[in-house]
Design a protein around this ligand. Structure first.
Ligand code: DP6
Length: 318
């Protein structure tokens, strides 16, 4: 064992979403999902065993209180990996998120932590196994072990050993992601609680698992055949369908802000002008745009003219 382990992992954006668990303790999903990672945007974690009663956790240089929700969840995750019940860890987590991103980072966070554990204990485990371990921390973290496209398999085993992510070895150099930051003072419902409530109270959710599996296959095929239009359309439809189940939950969960809808309408009007841009959204008010490099300047201009902040990233070229 080394004195210190280090791990870094990117954030990822699901093109076909994970929403709903078939096992809450193991984070086993009701449906599979596929994502694209954003290199250069993510988490770096340093991990050190210490002689202490409790874990010492810091986020971006600031120590967290033991009872902070984030720290409690992280300590519970680390319980899986302690030598004995006494041992504690020092965890230093840094997120590298650009100003306008507004991206949640539990996915890159747990993936980086698992990589730091692998480094610390010198396990040298394959990425697929590390993906399975990251899944225990946060379902979407299973996809953050990889750059590029990743597929998280639903799996069918009760013990979850077949539910991990794998890379889809296809590169799309001109794929461009636009991060649209919508300002919000409100703290949204976390995804763990949000999906649970949806599964329990939303009648529309009945149709979700089937659609999600179909969209997943459609998007995987579109990625393999370099079909941007089908990928974009299906990703946007999938995200809106997921949000429909959230809205039809009781009490309602609406992640959108008025500015979210304005940004969606702008995307739709750009498409009417034959500028091919699509969006996806997660458990928050921000949009993530999917476009090709040839349309970036036009999209940038349209958003800037409306005073909506936007930042572009290229998943396959730095
Ligand atoms: C809407 O992975 O954050 O972003 O497994 O409870 O930690 P837990 O949930 P989480 O859910 C992500 C939901 C989503 C869709 C997605 O990333 O696939």
């Amino acid at each position: 064992q080394k004195a210190c382990g280090v791990g870094t992992a990117p954030v990822n954006i699901a093109l076909s979403k994970y929403w709903g668990k078939r096992d809450k303790a193991l984070n086993l999903p009701i449906n599979g999902s596929v994502s694209i990672s954003l290199p250069g945007l993510g988490t770096e974690t340093r991990l050190k065993p210490i002689n202490a009663e409790k874990d010492r956790i810091s986020l971006n240089g600031k120590p967290l209180a033991d009872n902070a929700v984030f720290a409690e969840r992280l300590s519970r995750f680390l319980d899986w990996f302690r030598d004995d019940r006494e041992s504690a860890f020092e965890v230093e987590t840094h997120n590298t998120v650009p100003t306008a991103a507004g991206l949640a980072s539990s996915a890159s966070g747990y993936a980086a932590l698992v990589l730091a554990l692998d480094d610390l204990f010198d396990w040298q485990l394959p990425k697929e196994t590390l993906s399975l371990l990251a899944r225990f921390g946060s379902g979407s973290a299973s996809r953050s072990l990889f750059n590029g496209f990743a597929i998280w398999h639903r799996g069918s085993r009760e013990d979850g050993l077949d539910s991990f992510a794998e890379p889809l070895q296809v590169e799309w150099p001109d794929l461009t992601i636009g991060l649209v930051k919508v300002n919000t003072g409100e703290k949204p419902v976390g995804s763990t609680a949000g999906m649970q409530q949806t599964v329990e109270t939303c009648d529309l959710y009945q149709s979700w698992p089937q659609q999600a599996e179909r969209d997943l296959q459609t998007i995987i095929n579109a990625i393999k055949s370099n079909d941007f239009s089908t990928m974009g359309k299906t990703a946007e439809h999938n995200a809106l369908s997921m949000h429909a189940t959230m809205i039809a939950t009781w009490p309602p969960i609406v992640y959108w802000q008025p500015e979210s809808l304005s940004a969606m309408q702008l995307v739709w009007s750009l498409r009417e002008q034959n500028i091919e841009v699509y969006f996806t959204m997660d458990a928050g008010p921000n949009l993530k745009l999917l476009l090709q490099e040839k349309d970036r300047a036009a999209v940038q201009k349209a958003f800037q003219e409306r005073g909506i902040g936007i930042e572009f990233l290229h998943p396959f070229s730095g």
